[in-house]
Design a protein around this ligand. Structure first.
Ligand SMILES: Nc1ncnc2c1ncn2[C@@H]1O[C@H](COP(=O)(O)OP(=O)(O)OP(=O)(O)O)[C@@H](O)[C@H]1O
Length: 459
């Protein structure tokens, strides 16, 4: 069958063949083309598989890929020797970048054609809103700029975008960013903004994961697709916490630890099951435990973005819990976290969503009199501090006071200790330590660790 004018299957075969024959071709074309640019979906999957192997410093040739893609029905349809045939059709290493540009250019034209056809269809509908169609065209232009990366944006265009964002914020109908569910925090930040890296730091047990999950479920409730990449907890444990929070919101709190231990009453079990049913449709996706390196995090995020787009709830937030567990294969921890931090910021930009990255702070915080985290606590964490657009810390005085021994205290001190404990019981401070485009400050929220419940005081 002849290629359509907007695809060149032969060029795709030649390019893939040359990479399979010589993996050194890959770095020469990586910045020019993505797996989505291939017109033939099987070719896209072959390219993604080559990239995944290369990221792990593994050889990607016809033999290794055939084993890796043994379950790919599309590849099986093309015959057992297809990969070997591709390798036989290789072009020279010097021609590869031109082929990559040709394929990427055709992909751009296909996307443009699809978008224009949608827009024309919209224009044919007498009830369609012209501004909505124009927005669609503009959004397409922006998404192509992100792909191109190096394109130049005129001041006029930037000013236009600034006015669109200001007008959305001004009318107050919608938050400019993804809402967190903590009203005061949303007022300070305007929600989490697309393209931003938000770092949430804290000591273990301070409630980072709980806060992140609570924000994720709230964002999903508001219609944003959420990708939750936890390197610490499995999907069922995260879901259990989210369901527990839903029971608390329904004023029938069922602690997730009791559910796990099997110590809930029949009524509590029914409440838990009922809440699970209520939130089961939320657009949140988790990743399997083997998703631990940057390459798989990025490819999972891209898969989630496609999945959510196809379901009409576009990916609005990506959460990574937590940075120190991600593997990047660098020599020192500092270099490794720096690479992760740069990658997470670029993920936020290329995917066009906010990335909420959790960061575990080291013991230094516990050894001070004031255990509130500070910017300097992030300094050992590579370049996180510089790359982050927003830095949040969570802090619970209750966590420290409840663990303080009263053995050596006088009775008056014990009284003061319990008064202090009562004053902070059930409260978490969210410290906005850095905001590239706004003010800093502290927001106090109600936090029930047993049910993962986080809400603004008085909410
Ligand atoms: N039933 C319960 N009663 C009281 N506290 C609980 C209960 N269940 C869990 N917790 C506490 O809730 C907190 C949950 O914290 P979370 O997992 O969000 O911490 P984190 O900051 O992400 O740190 P970590 O790295 O340890 O997970 C922990 O301090 C845990 O001890």
């Amino acid at each position: 069958m002849a290629d359509s004018p907007l695809e060149n299957i032969g060029a795709e075969q030649n390019l893939l063949g040359s990479i399979l024959l010589n993996n050194d071709v890959l770095p020469r074309v990586s910045g020019l083309i993505t797996a989505e640019d291939f017109a033939d979906p099987v070719h896209g999957r072959i390219f993604a598989a080559i990239q995944a192997r290369a990221a792990k410093d593994q050889l990607a040739d016809a033999v290794t890929l055939r084993a890796m893609m043994a379950d790919d029905a599309g590849l099986a349809d093309l015959g057992p020797e297809y990969l070997a045939r591709l390798a036989g059709a290789a072009i020279s290493i010097f021609a590869a970048p031109d082929y990559a540009r040709l394929i990427a250019g055709l992909a751009k034209k296909r996307r443009l054609a699809a978008m224009l056809s949608d827009a024309l269809e919209g224009l044919g509908d007498a009830d369609a809103d012209a501004d909505a169609i124009l927005g669609q065209v503009e959004a397409f232009g922006l998404s192509q700029e992100r792909r191109g990366g190096a394109e130049i944006i005129s001041f006029m265009k930037a000013a236009g975008l600034a006015v669109v964002a200001a007008s959305a914020a001004h009318t107050g109908e919608t938050l400019p960013g993804v809402p967190t569910g903590v009203e005061r925090l949303d007022e300070m930040l305007g929600g989490f903004h697309a393209g931003e890296l938000i770092v949430l730091g804290g000591r273990p047990g301070m409630g980072k994961s709980s806060l992140a999950l609570s924000i994720a479920t709230h964002a999903a409730t508001c219609g944003h697709g959420v990708g939750f990449i936890s390197l610490e907890m499995d999907a069922a444990s995260l879901a259990s916490r989210a369901i527990s929070e839903a029971t608390a919101l329904q004023n029938r709190p069922v602690p997730y630890s009791a559910v796990r231990r099997g110590t809930v009453s029949d009524r509590e079990f029914d409440d838990f099951r009922g809440a699970a049913k209520d939130i089961s449709e939320l657009p949140i996706s988790f990743t399997p435990p083997q998703c631990r390196d940057l390459e798989s995090i990025y490819s999972s995020a891209k898969r989630m973005q496609k999945l959510f787009a196809s379901r009409g709830t576009p990916l609005g937030l990506l959460v990574v819990d937590y940075v120190q567990l991600v593997r990047a294969g660098r020599k020192t921890r500092f270099e490794e976290v720096t690479e992760i931090s740069i990658a997470l910021k670029s993920m936020a930009l290329t995917l066009g969503v906010p990335v909420l990255a959790l960061s575990q702070l080291n013991r230094g915080v516990d050894n001070r009199d004031d255990h509130r985290p500070m910017t300097s606590d992030l300094r050992e964490s590579g370049q996180l501090e510089q790359d982050a657009d927003v830095i949040l810390f969570c802090y619970r005085a209750e966590h420290y006071l409840a663990r303080k021994s009263t053995d050596d205290m006088e009775s008056i001190e014990i009284q003061a200790h319990y008064a202090a404990l009562d004053a902070v019981r059930g409260k978490m401070e969210i410290i906005v330590d850095k905001q590239r485009n706004g003010d800093t400050g502290t927001v106090v929220v109600r936090f029930d660790p047993a049910t993962n419940f986080v809400r603004g005081i008085g909410a």
